[in-house]
Design a protein around this ligand. Structure first.
Ligand code: OAD
Length: 251
């Protein structure tokens, strides 16, 4: 047992409000590449060309090339041991909310109920021009999904230059301000405002536990406990330790 896992589990065990902030790294072991690692989505699609709201407004058909690529990966993806472990952590009372930057529904598929989708969700669609909203079934055809008004639909994910859904923004801020422990998993914390959550929590006294394959800019600034490794291995180990502390015997 990595002694840092025991120290992290003790901090979570003591905490009255534990949050997780997750990023694309937690879904890598489900077969969805992240954004900024070698071979990540931004190596294939320049975000300034494909991921801004201005780019979508100017040429939505082009942006759907990337969106289709993302959908192909997401549609077949299944929750991995990290998602399942976090779902279990919630059930046994040690994780109160997950704030995720991911749009892939894998936390929910992994059994978590309290998930705040900071960057939206890729399964529903909206028309930027007339505001009409559509369900996931609109994406099933081979054609680029269009609104009844004729315009190309946009998935309800946050593009650069768009606002964070206000409910998610406010609720996350409120939670970060009162959290006693924050588990930061698989994010480079390169994108604002999601990357302000760790410093908000830290400034209010939370213990920050970071799980990542590599160090990030958080590691040497705000992180208290850095656990280097794959989320799919470290999260189940953390849950196992919490269950041991609570006296729950694992099968
Ligand atoms: P990034 O691609 O920036 O970072 C992924 C992080 O996960 C990196 O620090 C990796 O080292 C780490 N990682 C990879 N595999 C891992 C594994 N198996 N276990 C643990 N860690 C692993 O992705 P995000 O931080 O999520 O936003 O990116 C934030 C935002 O940037 C995204 O939500 C998206 C993107 O632009 C928008 O498009 C608005």
């Amino acid at each position: 047992m990595n002694h840092l896992i025991t120290i992290a589990a003790e901090a979570i065990y003591r905490s009255q409000l534990t949050l997780a902030l997750t990023g694309a790294g937690i879904s890598v072991e489900s077969g969805i590449p992240d954004f900024r690692s070698a071979g990540g989505l931004w190596a294939k699609y320049d975000p300034s060309e494909y991921a801004t709201i201005q780019a979508f407004r100017q040429n939505p058909e082009k942006i759907w090339d990337m969106l289709r690529d993302m959908d192909r990966l997401i549609v077949d993806a299944r929750p991995n041991p990290a998602h399942l472990g976090m779902g279990e952590m919630e059930k046994i009372g040690f994780l109160h909310y997950i704030i995720t930057q991911n749009v892939d529904n894998l936390h929910q598929a992994g059994g978590a109920g309290k998930v705040i989708e900071y960057h939206g969700n890729s399964s529903t669609l909206s028309c930027l021009w007339c505001g009409k909203r559509y369900g996931a079934e609109e994406k099933r055809s081979e054609h680029i999904p269009r609104c009844a008004c004729g315009k190309v639909l946009k998935p309800d994910v946050v593009f650069f230059g768009e606002a964070i859904p206000s409910g998610a923004l406010d609720h996350s801020f409120q939670l970060a301000s009162s959290a006693e422990a924050l588990l930061i998993v698989g994010t480079s914390a390169a994108v604002s405002p999601a990357n302000t959550i760790p410093s908000i929590a830290k400034s209010r006294g939370a213990i920050l536990i970071e799980i990542n394959m590599e160090r990030t800019h958080l590691t040497s600034s705000v992180t208290d406990i850095f656990i280097e490794g794959k989320a799919g291995e470290t999260i189940p180990a953390l849950v196992g330790e919490l269950k041991r502390m609570k006296g729950i015997i694992s099968a």
